[in-house]
Design a protein around this ligand. Structure first.
Ligand SMILES: C=CC1=C(C)c2cc3[nH]c(cc4nc(cc5[nH]c(cc1n2)c(C)c5CCC(=O)O)C(CCC(=O)O)=C4C)c(C)c3C=C
Ligand SMILES: [Fe+2]
Ligand SMILES: [Fe+2]
Length: 352
């Protein structure tokens, strides 16, 4: 536990007789939990989106092409063209009340809700790209005396592009520390009971709220280049397992609730089928009322609110569909709170 008497030697009262006395006070003995999501621009403007995309798309975990090939494309084309269009899309979903993106709003709420479960654990949240950074928050936890820190990447399905990238940033940050905290990284939770039941329960509640039942349901996950899957990324298999478990829980067939992948970026072949094509085909084949569930996202964001709830809705209605609903992500629901508390308790076992 922290000893407030100063001056103080690090870590122990078992100091040798001739120990130096000028050591700065070091708080110690607490447990910290750091929730980490992807990251988001600071504002829905071209320049803020450019700053965000520059950091995001420079990560070799996200785009693994040789830098000599990728950087000219990134700086010559993508960062000149994409930010303006993406900023327009962020404007459509921006939370004006708190002047932030939904992803940031819900990530903060998730951390605040999780903190209510513990008296003696400090809970913080960070973003892999942009702010607040992982390094800033790990240093803040350390300064608050956390010598044991659990990091929970907020991605239910493991991918090198997301989960491993968080781990990279965590260890880059501790690399700069003299007295490193003990670090644990929570594993993927694609098949966790509380996650599947949370998805099932919030979906049922949503259908009750809207007052109609869909003819078909698309289980849409963020996509990846197929090459990453072929190189050993387990993401596709984790998505397929989440989809199967949710179908089993709800009594849905695979035909009724097919798996699809959204958010394709660039020219490479990505995981298929593409969600927008699946949604269009459903309308063309006579489905009138559909729902889209996006279990790969624990917080609503541009990909769920703009790409699906605005753009894919338009695709479906233009192709002859009549009713479309995007089921909200787990966000700041009690179900999400239970899930995070379960993960935090299990993964801090022996610490708390
Ligand atoms: C090569 C490009 C991309 C890969 C690979 C990728 C993987 C990936 N992303 C998420 C989760 C999110 N992505 C979000 C936005 C987003 N993703 C990409 C590109 C790749 N993602 C871009 C360019 C963007 C920005 C928006 C745009 O310009 O279209 C978000 C939302 C952020 C927000 O502020 O709302 C999330 C969340 C996962 C889970 C994943 C791999 C499994
Ligand atoms: Fe993405
Ligand atoms: Fe997108």
């Amino acid at each position: 536990m922290t000893d407030d008497t100063a001056p103080k030697n690090a870590g122990s009262s078992d100091q040798p007789q001739h120990a130096p006395t000028a050591h700065p006070p070091v708080a110690e003995g607490r447990v910290g939990v750091l929730l980490v999501n992807l990251g988001t621009p600071e504002a829905p403007t071209t320049s803020a989106v450019r700053t965000y995309l520059r950091e995001f798309l420079s990560d070799t975990r996200i785009v693994d092409l040789p830098r000599a090939l990728w950087l000219p494309v990134l700086y010559g084309f993508i960062l000149n063209i994409r930010p303006a269009a993406t900023a327009q899309n962020y404007k459509k979903i921006w939370r004006e009340e708190s002047n932030e993106s939904p992803l940031r709003y819900y990530t903060r709420a998730q951390a605040e809700n999780l903190a209510t479960h513990f008296d003696d654990v400090t809970v913080e949240w960070a973003m892999r790209y942009g702010t607040p950074s992982i390094s800033e928050k790990l240093n803040a936890l350390k300064a608050a005396g956390c010598t044991r820190i659990l990091v929970i990447p907020l991605y239910p399905q493991y991918s090198a592009t997301t989960t491993a990238s968080v781990t990279d940033a965590v260890f880059d940050a501790v690399k700069a520390m003299r007295w490193q905290p003990a670090i644990r990284i929570a594993p993927a939770f694609h098949d966790a009971g509380a996650y599947i039941s949370g998805l099932a329960e919030t979906t049922r509640q949503h259908f009750t709220k809207i007052g109609w039942q869909p003819d078909r349901i698309v289980l849409s996950f963020h996509g990846l280049p197929q090459r990453y899957f072929e190189a050993g990324d387990p993401y596709y298999c984790h998505c397929a397992k989440t989809a199967r478990l949710l179908r089993e829980k709800m009594g849905w067939s695979e035909e009724f609730a097919p798996l699809a992948f959204q958010s394709k970026f660039g020219r490479e072949k990505w995981l298929e089928p593409a969600a927008d094509e699946t949604i269009k085909e459903l309308a063309e084949n006579g489905a009138k009322n559909i729902a889209v569930i996006m279990p790969g996202f624990v917080a609503d964001c541009i990909e769920t609110l703009e790409e699906i709830d605005i753009a894919a809705r338009e695709t479906f209605l233009s192709a002859g569909g009549e009713k479309f609903t995007a089921v909200p992500c787990l966000n700041d629901t009690p179900e999400m709170n239970t899930l995070l508390a379960d993960i935090a308790r299990r993964e801090t076992a022996g610490w708390v």
